[in-house]
Design a binder for this molecule. Structure first.
Ligand SMILES: *Cc1c(COP(=O)(O)O)cnc(C)c1O
Length: 219
């Protein structure tokens, strides 16, 4: 894998309004630095401990995105630096993020994860639950979190039509929400296998790991 070439390839290929989040989970710092030297600044991780370790060791101008499921008791470890949390799925979690952001005198940007896949294994909430959060009095009182968009993961399948339907559904939810909440501007959808479809369906942020850094080895 030529990480530097891959970064350049994506930068050329992706439309200007689509941000590339390089998903570096399980990858060593030297790989992240190769992408960094090619100009990449946004990196995503799915484990808080791993992201925190990397953040301490790597250049401080990296924007760290937490793309995985977040346990409330771990929010405090990333609250001082995380720049976007992609997978918020409850008011309780949002409350904790707000509390920890406040302690750090920051505002933390978040996305609500909508469940669009048919697999049970995928996290996320319904569009109705998302609307409830956005309209809640509790959220309106939180001064240190800002929901700036939505995130979704399509079903892991070769059936492109199904993936397209799931992403299109999320785009429709986004358009609907934007009428009432114009501050929602980011739509995080698309990974190595399905980012092209996601971009066609209106993604503003693709989360790409293995086709930049190579296959992950979890051993
Ligand atoms: C790992 C991961 C990705 C990247 O997956 P690839 O298929 O390697 O591109 C994207 N989003 C989330 C939430 C992930 O956990």
């Amino acid at each position: 894998m030529d990480i530097s070439e891959n970064i350049k390839k994506y930068r050329e290929e992706l439309p200007e309004n689509v941000k590339l989040v390089a998903i570096s989970k399980t990858k060593p710092n030297e790989d992240i630095l190769k992408a960094y030297r090619a100009g990449q600044r946004i990196f995503g991780e799915n484990k808080i401990q791993e992201m925190t370790d990397k953040q301490e060791e790597l250049p401080q101008d990296i924007e760290w995105h937490m793309v995985g499921h977040v346990q409330r008791n771990k929010v405090k470890y990333m609250a001082s630096f995380v720049s976007l949390i992609h997978a918020v799925d409850s008011l309780k979690l949002l409350k904790e993020i707000n509390k920890r952001a406040k302690q750090n005198e920051r505002t933390i940007n978040c996305l609500l994860q909508i469940k669009i896949a048919e697999e049970d294994s995928k996290f996320g909430i319904s569009k109705e639950e998302a609307r409830e959060i956005l309209e809640s009095e509790a959220y309106s009182k939180m001064k240190n979190v800002r929901i700036i968009g939505l995130m979704g993961m399509a079903t892991f399948t070769d059936d492109e039509e199904q993936v397209r339907q799931e992403f299109s559904f999320l785009k429709k939810v986004m358009d609907e929400f934007q009428k009432d909440f114009p501050e929602l501007t980011e739509l995080s959808m698309g990974m190595s296998g399905d980012y092209k479809i996601a971009v066609e369906c209106g993604s503003t942020m693709v989360r790409i790991g293995s086709s930049i850094f190579g296959a992950r080895n979890y051993n």
